[in-house]
Design a binder for this molecule. Structure first.
Ligand SMILES: Cc1cc2nc3c(=O)[nH]c(=O)nc-3n(C[C@H](O)[C@H](O)[C@H](O)COP(=O)(O)OP(=O)(O)OC[C@H]3O[C@@H](n4cnc5c(N)ncnc54)[C@H](O)[C@@H]3O)c2cc1C
Length: 415
């Protein structure tokens, strides 16, 4: 039997693509979905932070969205996002829209862009300077990413964001001055009206209920005996073990020694906020906040995505992995900053809210983490243990990437 640890999108997708019913999903929470869960309360629909779908693979799109689309359950949205820069709203990505800055700042950005030497760079921060020059790096790319990742950007691998980083060549930047082409990997996206959990439910409907257990936490793994031990004390044997939990937790549970310095990450505190009346912003899907005077780095507007009038926001704050976060300490500041930044008006009354700590949220991809994950994954595979998913592979990826990775592993093991 294949045992799958974790009932998030990765674990459930593996089960979906497995050719037989010989599997068991073990999920520690009462509800499936992992970070794709949704809260529905008081007419508000909130995810664990905004979760939007941008497909590249037609089969996966069909698999997950076909029936939802037929039922009219999905909205397709052309992304409208900006950066709050002083009093201005500058289109995202910053580097392609420097012509929207005041003239002196625009000139600084342009001159530095052309003076930049895209030679050798060894870290994410050096990459930002080398590719975009001092002004673009220091006005947006560095402060924004420092708020998000909550770490020294010199520690991150030069390609830490992979295809999710909006690279742009000088020629593209200049051409963008005349005719906007701000296309990106998520230039348009789909969103189910019932929240991200609807993606998950589309998969769960295709699985056998008896093969999924919730409230089942795995606490240790015996690699030699090929057994997992549950918190209840129950012991289960496996043929293959598919783990989707954060990689360092898997190593710990399996008794594999590792260097803790290789693994770091940020935590994201998400506030989902529902107000009694529409707010002043009726067009943005989300806004970026590089300025450290604001507590958050990003604010999203569910009402503008879904086209409804009730004002429903998600707000994201970045912390380092060791922070002891007490959400109630931040709510007042967040509301104050939302008014100051024009996201809400002072007459809007908070009707309901939810605070969620995503830990881990964004893993810090470093040269050491890339090497250690690859080495240890290869070692674990000798014991029939496979680690997949955003946290199982310790990477930066989308839901679609999770489904693809799970499908590839199932196809490999189905043989
Ligand atoms: C702030 C933020 C915004 C994002 N926005 C988007 C977006 O817009 N679009 C997009 O495509 N992707 C987005 N993502 C990425 C997306 O959330 C992930 O790629 C995806 O949810 C990961 O799914 P997973 O199954 O790999 O991991 P998880 O969702 O973490 O699932 C792992 C599961 O394992 C369970 N588990 C953990 N330990 C145990 C244990 N010991 N025993 C049993 N079960 C256990 C957990 O409870 C969880 O259910 C975002 C991520 C973040 C952090």
């Amino acid at each position: 039997m294949d045992i799958i640890i974790g009932g998030g999108i990765s674990g459930l997708s593996y089960a979906l693509f497995k050719h037989s019913d010989d599997y068991l999903v073990l999920e520690k929470e009462a509800e499936l979905g992992g970070y794709c869960r949704t809260t529905k309360r008081n007419n508000f629909v909130w995810d664990y932070s905004g979760h939007f779908f941008h497909f590249q693979d037609a089969d996966i799109k069909h698999l997950i969205m076909e029936s939802l689309c037929r039922q009219g359950e999905v909205v397709d949205v052309q992304k409208c996002t900006s950066i709050k820069y002083g009093e201005l709203l500058v289109d995202f990505p910053f580097q392609k829209n420097i012509h929207q800055l005041p003239k002196d700042e625009f000139i600084d950005c342009l001159v530095d862009l052309f003076a930049a030497k895209p030679t050798d760079y060894n870290s994410f921060k050096e990459m930002l300077y080398c590719k975009f020059g001092k002004s673009i790096a220091e006005k947006f790319l560095i402060p924004y990413n420092e708020k998000l990742y909550a770490c020294d950007l010199n520690k991150l691998d030069k390609d830490a964001m992979g295809r999710f980083f909006p690279y742009a060549e000088k020629e593209q930047i200049v051409l963008n001055f005349r005719e906007a082409d701000n296309t990106s990997y998520n230039g348009s996206f789909s969103y189910p009206k019932g929240g991200a959990i609807q993606y998950v439910n589309e998969i769960v409907h295709q699985l056998k209920a008896g093969n999924i257990r919730t409230n089942c936490q795995v606490v240790s793994i015996n690699l030699k005996e090929k057994q997992v031990v549950m918190q209840s004390g129950e012991v289960l044997s496996y043929n293959h073990l598919i783990s989707t939990i954060p990689f360092p937790q898997l190593l710990k549970m399996a008794g594999v020694a590792y260097d803790e310095q290789c693994y770091s990450w940020n935590q994201v505190l998400v506030f989902n906020l529902g107000f009694d009346r529409p707010g002043p912003n009726n067009s943005s899907h989300w806004l970026y906040f590089p300025d450290k005077q604001y507590s958050f780095y990003r604010v999203g507007f569910y009402n503008n995505i879904l086209g409804n009038r009730n004002s429903s926001l998600y707000v994201e704050l970045g912390f380092n992995k060791d922070a002891d976060i007490n959400p109630s300490e931040y709510l007042g500041t967040v509301l104050h900053d939302l008014v100051r930044s024009g996201c809400i008006s002072s007459s809007q009354v908070l009707q309901d809210y939810q605070a969620i700590v995503m830990n881990p949220a964004y893993v810090h991809i470093t040269e050491d983490s890339i090497k250690d994950v690859a080495d240890k994954k290869a070692m674990l595979e000798q014991f029939g243990v496979y680690s997949i998913g955003r946290y199982g592979s310790w990477t930066y990826c989308s839901i679609e990437d999770n489904v693809k990775e799970a499908r590839a592993l199932a196809q490999q093991l189905n043989k």
